[in-house]
Design a binder for this molecule. Sequence first.
Ligand SMILES: [Zn+2]
Ligand SMILES: [Zn+2]
Length: 349
Amino acid sequence: MFFQLSPFTLNSYICASFNTVCSGINEFMAKYNTLLYYCYSTIADAEQFASDHLKFCKSLGLTGRIIVAEEGLNGTVSGSAEACTTYIDTLHADPRFASIDFKVDEVDEPSFIKMHVRHKSEIVHSGLRDPHIINPQKQTGKHLEPKDFLAMKDAEDVVILDVRSNYEHNLGKFKNAVTLDIENFRDFPAKINELAKYKDKKIVTYCTGGIKCEKASALLLHEGFKDVYQLYGGIIKYGKEAGGKDFEGKCYVFDNRLSVEVNSVNPVVVSTCFNCGKPTAKMINCANPECNEHFTQCDECGETLEGCCSAECQAHPRKRVYDGTGYYVKVPQPVNTAKRAKIVTESNL
Ligand SMILES: [Zn+2]
Ligand SMILES: [Zn+2]
């Protein structure tokens, strides 16, 4: 009997094998982690530490951004699960960093393109002329674990204070939270007077990962607020450990993802398209590199305006190619040629 594989059968066979190979690759691809962490702990020779730490991160093949200061470390790094575990174990083995609470996310691809470790005067810019007035290692708001925050947040005598900037709380915040009209955390100290009416209440501060709250709550105590708490580990840890209840919208993050989901209990979209006003949770950077505004924009307006905030930006000669994500990187990723074609040479960092 003569048997011949029809082209159709052959094709299906190849497709099936190809899919198996692809899903194998996808499984492999999913094994990246992104770590978010900070710690206030004295680093005597911070500048030397920063250059040694960069070499260490590169040796593990990590990408990300780390700030090193005499007062501690602030970082987001991304890499293979194995490299991330080695990174965590190495830092925990150092007595200065033994108590770091790493927030770990599983991601499909590394959240950064390059590895930066920078030495600065503060791990988060507080805008205080003398940052030494405020030392979270000595005095800061009482830490609230996510479950304790959940139990406390709706009490009558509690004020929930968002210490983040406008572009962050516009995208998402806790229901009934007090927000401040600030473009940057360094503007926070100047806004404290506006909070004077809450002096007799319990103030609970929150931010993305907890680092700003260490300083914000310390500053509130310094200014005479008596009963000050902070959401330990920030919105991110609250989402992971307490389901994110009553966080409305999405949480802005400082990497390729731009925003992450927090609330798996009662999620709602609170942000609206900057251009047409329709509800949307999509956060983008304006495609005009000289504007680079962070704003929310629906997919339709994104297409019409090519990822720009306005017609003026759309007409700008240096306008970047909008690929639907609204995220732009400075350096092309050397390993992924398909992506490379989409990447243009400007940064929003
Ligand atoms: Zn729109
Ligand atoms: Zn613009």
